[in-house]
Design a protein around this ligand. Structure first.
Ligand SMILES: Nc1ccn([C@@H]2O[C@H](COP(=O)(O)OP(=O)(O)OP(=O)(O)O)[C@@H](O)[C@H]2O)c(=O)n1
Ligand SMILES: C[C@](O)(CO)[C@H](O)COP(=O)(O)O
Length: 240
């Protein structure tokens, strides 16, 4: 029997971008979800998808959008190796699980999950993740070692420090995150049945008792989350 080892990317793009919305557009209309706002001349989603397509080992990019999404087709027009599924869920994890159920990945295929909100993924970071995971039994994720001193917040009306948290060995999770399709399906189903609040694929895999590989990421791969993030990502993506 042939062992399938394709790499299929899933881009969850069914969020509303509430934290990025700010006060709204100057004309009073609500802003479109952040993944469709233009950065360096094209939608954020298109940048994120192109970053994955830059590695020829990625066979297909599956973009998961919400059912009433009127923007995805235009945002992805003309891109090869890209398909779109209207399978958004109430949470990011649900969107990923829905896409995983419908994307056609076989058990042994690798699945790379990458946020639409991370348009600055550098090609060498993606290549390093694929290289590191291809020979790994569990899979892994891109992440950044914590550089700043970390404070835990105390209760009360205004934010105050409860304590300083030792940062040794702490990493900030980014995407892409790369796992075999069968493992990721099992992990997401397990998290759902147990009612676990997981915010990334690695978290679901960890809940099975496994230890995903950490691959150093990049500051450029930050998640566009707040209104002020657009100016920064615009500068980064406009750099020659
Ligand atoms: N139900 C959801 C929620 C999020 N996402 C996607 O998950 C990625 C990371 O999520 P985040 O940055 O938190 O995006 P939003 O949920 O849109 O942002 P917010 O929490 O500010 O509303 C984004 O590509 C977003 O579109 C998704 O596909 N389905
Ligand atoms: C998956 C993720 O990008 C890792 O940092 C992040 O958790 C997604 O954002 P959310 O705010 O947790 O949905």
């Amino acid at each position: 029997m042939k062992t399938s080892r394709r790499i299929i990317a899933i881009v969850p793009a069914a969020g509303v971008g509430a934290r990025a919305a700010g006060p709204g557009a100057p004309d009073g209309q609500p802003l479109r979800p952040k993944q469709y706002r233009h950065i360096a001349g094209q939608p954020m989603l298109r940048h994120a998808v192109q970053a994955l397509l830059a590695d020829a080992r990625v066979e297909q990019v599956v973009v998961a959008v919400s059912a009433e999404d009127p923007w995805a087709q235009a945002a992805l027009a003309g891109l090869e190796r890209v398909s779109c599924l209207a399978c958004g869920g109430a949470t990011r994890a649900e969107t990923v699980a829905n896409a995983l159920a419908r994307c056609g990945a076989e058990a042994d295929d690798w699945v790379l999950v990458h946020d639409a909100a991370r348009p600055g993924l550098p090609a060498p970071v993606l290549a390093a993740l694929i290289d590191a995971c291809a020979g790994d039994d569990t899979g892994g994720l891109v992440a950044m070692p914590v550089a700043d001193t970390i404070k835990a917040q105390a209760g009360g009306p205004a934010p105050r420090v409860a304590r300083t948290v030792p940062r040794d060995g702490l990493w900030q999770a980014q995407t892409p995150q790369m796992f075999r399709a069968a493992l990721l399906r099992k992990a997401l189903a397990h998290a759902q049945v147990r009612g676990l609040d997981i915010t990334d694929e690695a978290g679901a895999v960890e809940a099975l008792g496994l230890s995903p590989r950490l691959v150093p990421g990049s500051l450029a791969n930050f998640k566009v989350t707040w209104p002020q993030d657009f100016a920064l990502i615009e500068q980064l993506l406009n750099r020659p």
